[in-house]
Design a protein around this ligand. Structure first.
Ligand code: HEM
Length: 478
């Protein structure tokens, strides 16, 4: 079935793709600049093609500006399938296997407590507190670098900037050189090649950032071993120091995705206080009011685990994931799929498949629990119960770590905070809008647009925070 390329809007185009999926079925296609693009819109088709035939569907389309020029062919998320991709994934696995992930828990718990401290000091500035949390988790675990003051930190702002530029460069049509690759060989004085200056400057900036981060990891190793510092000392990673710097650089771009999910959680809690209260009742019964939650409580908190899954399903922050590309001709359900086809997994549609997720627009964590309130995943989905982290050999290698970083944030926020709708001057509660257009669109992760809420500390929390942080400076101040 063919959708029309010219119908695709410049914003929130996953909603248009979803319209096509509803109209034409879970596999439909369009052509752009002579290339076939397939949209995959159901968990079954995604599993059939991207998981079961992952040997064929694990390539990436070509991004000349972002992948080849900016990242110098060392961005693991955008390089094509092949020997280098396998080697990079092996190196990442060495730092993200289950034992390594467990060793990051103490950093994640520390930073979640610091999030409560920040919000207790400036509740209206909760978005910046979330931002600091996400940067601190990634830079702490990956480089042993502690982010105390977001604005004054050497790296925190720079990683967000680098991520935003990279993601923006992946957007379709962002740079002509992606449509006409030969442009990269034109001299800089030829009209229409001004992008070359930008490319040079951004590539240098990124290279400097990644090398500085790698060197920080080396220095921090004695006090705080990390993914990158272990890689510098272990031949098992199988990559050069330069490649390791770029692998770290790819990962340093992930705080924005964590921020999008945790902000989505805050929005959902503002909108649905009854769900917040139910999760708080579970936490209070298991953790009590005398101490912070920890990872050792997780198994006994199935409702919070389900809540995280529902936040990820309901408004997927990567609504179209990252496109895959086929590396050989194939046939599926009677359709011929030529080598080089771009495959877009429409996570937005996949998470709205009524056969798997009943009443998909409802925000309902219970869908991930059985009748006894125990964790259960939906039929088609795997480990995490949803598809936010993609498929096959390109499945996000940070999925479990990200899931843990989100869960411990959620557990602390529920334990320590009461999130309520904003009140206008007449004392009327104003509930935020949560429709799909109230989320951002663009190359980066899709965040809730800024919304207002009232945040108060729950009983006893201020005293516990004061005990710990009495002598620390206000970390959000300039
Ligand atoms: C909420 C947070 C995150 C989300 C929503 C997310 C989502 C994704 C998605 C959708 C993909 C593409 C999957 C595909 O092509 O099928 C991906 C790839 C990737 N992610 Fe994540 N991710 C997150 C956090 C992380 C973290 C914390 C790390 C590392 C510690 C990480 C490392 C990567 C890497 C290296 C790739 C490229 C994999 C490849 O192309 O082989 N991500 N992620």
């Amino acid at each position: 079935m063919i959708g029309n390329f010219f119908e695709i809007p410049s914003e929130h185009y996953w909603l248009k793709f979803d319209e096509w999926v509803q109209k034409f079925g879970p596999i439909c296609s369009f052509t752009t600049f002579g290339k076939t693009v397939i949209i995959v819109g159901s968990p079954k088709v995604a599993a059939d093609l991207l998981d079961r035939r992952s040997a064929i569907y694990s390539g990436r389309p070509r991004w000349v500006f972002a992948s080849e020029i900016l990242a110098r062919n060392m961005h693991v998320g955008t390089i094509n399938a092949g020997e280098k991709h396998r080697r990079f994934r092996r190196a990442i696995h060495a730092g993200l296997h289950p034992k390594a992930i467990a060793s990051y828990h103490s950093i994640e718990e520390r930073e979640a407590r610091a999030f409560l401290r920040d919000v207790s000091r400036r509740p209206e500035d909760f978005r910046n507190s979330i931002k600091r949390y996400t940067a601190a988790v990634i830079l702490g675990t990956m480089y042993g670098h502690q982010v105390t003051t977001f604005d004054r930190d050497r790296f925190a702002k720079r990683v967000f900037k680098s991520a935003s530029r990279f993601a923006g460069s992946l957007a379709p049509g962002a740079f002509m050189v992606d449509i006409l690759p030969l442009l990269r060989y034109f001299p800089a004085w030829v009209p229409g090649t001004s992008w070359q200056r930008k490319a040079k400057e951004w590539a240098k900036d990124d290279q400097n950032l990644y090398i500085e981060l790698r060197e920080a990891a080396r220095v921090n190793h004695l006090t705080q071993p990390s993914f990158i510092s272990e890689g510098l000392n272990e031949s098992e990673y199988g990559v050069s120091e330069e490649e390791l710097a770029y692998i770290g650089g790819t990962i340093s771009q992930t705080p924005d995705t964590l921020m999008a999910v945790t902000s989505g959680f805050m929005l959902a809690m503002t909108k649905w206080p009854e769900i917040q209260q139910r999760a708080q009742a579970e936490i209070d019964a298991v953790v009590g009011r005398e101490r912070f939650p920890t990872f050792s409580d997780r198994e006994r908190l199935p409702y919070t685990v389900a809540l995280v899954k529902e936040v990820c399903r309901w408004r997927p922050v990567a609504p179209l994931s990252v496109p895959h590309a086929s590396t050989q001709d194939d046939e599926y359900m009677g359709y011929f799929i030529p080598k080089g086809t771009t495959i877009i997994s429409s996570i937005w549609s996949i998470h709205r498949d009524k056969g798997v997720y009943a009443e998909p627009e409802a925000f309902n964590p219970d869908r991930f629990l059985d009748e006894n309130g125990r964790e259960q995943n939906t039929e088609e989905s795997r480990v995490l119960g949803h598809h936010l982290y993609g498929f096959g050999r390109r499945l996000c290698p940070g999925a479990t770590m990200a899931d843990h970083a989100i869960w411990v944030f959620v557990a602390h926020a529920l334990w320590g905070l009461k999130v309520q709708p904003f009140c206008d001057e007449k004392g009327q509660e104003i509930y935020p809008t949560v429709d799909p257009l109230s989320f951002t669109s663009g190359g980066e992760a899709s965040h809730p647009r800024p919304f207002k809420c009232r945040i108060e500390l729950r009983e006893g929390v201020r005293e516990i925070l004061d005990d710990i942080y009495e002598h620390e400076p206000d970390v959000l101040s300039d």
